[in-house]
Design a protein around this ligand. Structure first.
Ligand code: KG4
Ligand code: ZN
Length: 341
């Protein structure tokens, strides 16, 4: 095989049809994120059936646009990486089926990638030296998870949300406040000119490493129902809710730093695009003299580059793995959490 290892990454686990191509040295040759936000926003959230159908319509063109942007042909590809789970089953199946056909037709290997691991690995893109242990917080629309990675192949889950993911809570509160979908950016925008003057309780403020965002979401709803609905009040509710979510994440990461003393903290996923969250964690990292890795907003949200990067790493660790070459048996895994190793 040609050793350039030009890798195509395909991400269709949720509402982004995202494709990227990287080379063996992790250089991004092209990356396109085709968002379905305009399609779902009129429903106030993601409609799974519509998401799956939109991936079917968009994926072939997004792949071909990505190849054009990288100035490559299909036959230049050496490896395909695709999100295998977790995510919406219909959406995952579109990417996985397309990836299988492509790899089969080109007679090249295929790597199934865990979406949460891909988010974590996105923090490592472009890092020439990596200091372990790394404490990862993945904070997205579907997940809020804490992991400790002790070496390249040793990792375990510390905790996570017991109910809503942080991004899901942002989206639900935004819908309540009439701010549309996706909720995170809308709440951040409105909150920036407002005051966090209401007290939203922090759930599970204890010594566990778990989160709960369902209670704070209901507390916000009760507050909203009690108050008048003028713009200033809505802004202050948005700011108060945002502050409580960021504070809840901050407290548990701080607790995990105290217990596990990581050398690096990586924070990724769509919610990590949030400005106040980024600055609060920057202060925390400098307080503990820890290296903080929060990727660019393009890499924090769902994207194909993180899938290509995680897939290429996985392939390089275990090139002879049968599954990379006999991939037709790979199934979509809608609830697949990274396994402890
Ligand atoms: O990682 P992501 O793109 O998709 C999933 O894997 O879920 O995350 C999407 C989530 C949505 O819930 C969205 O509201 C949230 O990330 N989000 C934000 C911000 N930008 C996106 N939440 C808070 N502040 C933001 N600026
Ligand atoms: Zn994601």
């Amino acid at each position: 095989m040609n050793k350039k290892l030009t890798t195509l990454g395909i991400e269709t686990s949720c509402d982004e049809t995202a494709v990227a191509i990287i080379d063996r040295s992790d250089n991004r040759l092209a990356s396109i994120i085709d968002s379905q936000i305009p399609i779902h926003s009129k429903f106030g959230g993601i409609v799974p059936e519509i998401a799956g159908r939109a991936h079917v319509e968009r994926l072939p063109e997004v792949i071909s646009l990505t190849l054009d942007a990288a100035n490559l042909k299909l036959t230049d590809l050496d490896l395909v990486a695709v999100t295998q789970g977790p995510g919406l089953v219909g959406s995952l199946l579109v990417g996985l089926s397309y990836a299988k056909s492509l790899a089969w037709g080109l007679n090249i290997p295929l790597v199934g990638v865990n979406h949460i691991e891909a988010h974590m690995e996105s923090a490592l893109i472009g890092q020439s030296t990596i200091s372990f242990p790394i404490l990862f917080l993945v904070v997205s629309g579907g997940h809020t998870e804490l992991y400790l990675k002790q070496s390249f192949d040793k990792m375990f889950r510390i905790g996570g949300s017991r109910d809503d993911a942080a991004g899901e809570a942002f989206d639900k509160v935004a819908r309540l406040l009439g701010l549309g979908y996706p909720g995170g950016p809308a709440i951040e925008k409105l909150a920036s000119g407002s005051i966090a003057k209401y007290k939203i309780p922090i759930a599970l403020d204890d010594s566990s490493f778990d989160f709960s965002f369902s209670g704070p979401k209901t507390a916000t709803k009760n507050l909203f129902n009690r108050l008048n609905k003028d713009q200033e009040v809505i802004g202050d509710i948005a700011a108060s809710f945002q502050e409580s979510v960021v504070e809840a994440l901050y407290r548990k990461v701080k607790l995990a730093i105290e217990k596990y003393r990581p050398a690096t903290v990586g924070i990724t996923g769509g919610v990590a695009c949030n400005g106040p969250l980024r600055s609060k964690f920057a202060n925390l990292a400098s307080e503990y003299s820890i290296k903080l890795l929060i990727p660019s907003t393009m890499l924090c949200q769902d994207n194909g580059e993180m899938v290509a990067f995680a897939g290429l790493r996985k392939y390089l660790r275990d090139e002879k793995n049968d599954l990379f070459h006999n991939f037709l048996q790979l199934d979509a895994l809608p609830s697949w959490l990274p396994t402890d190793s």
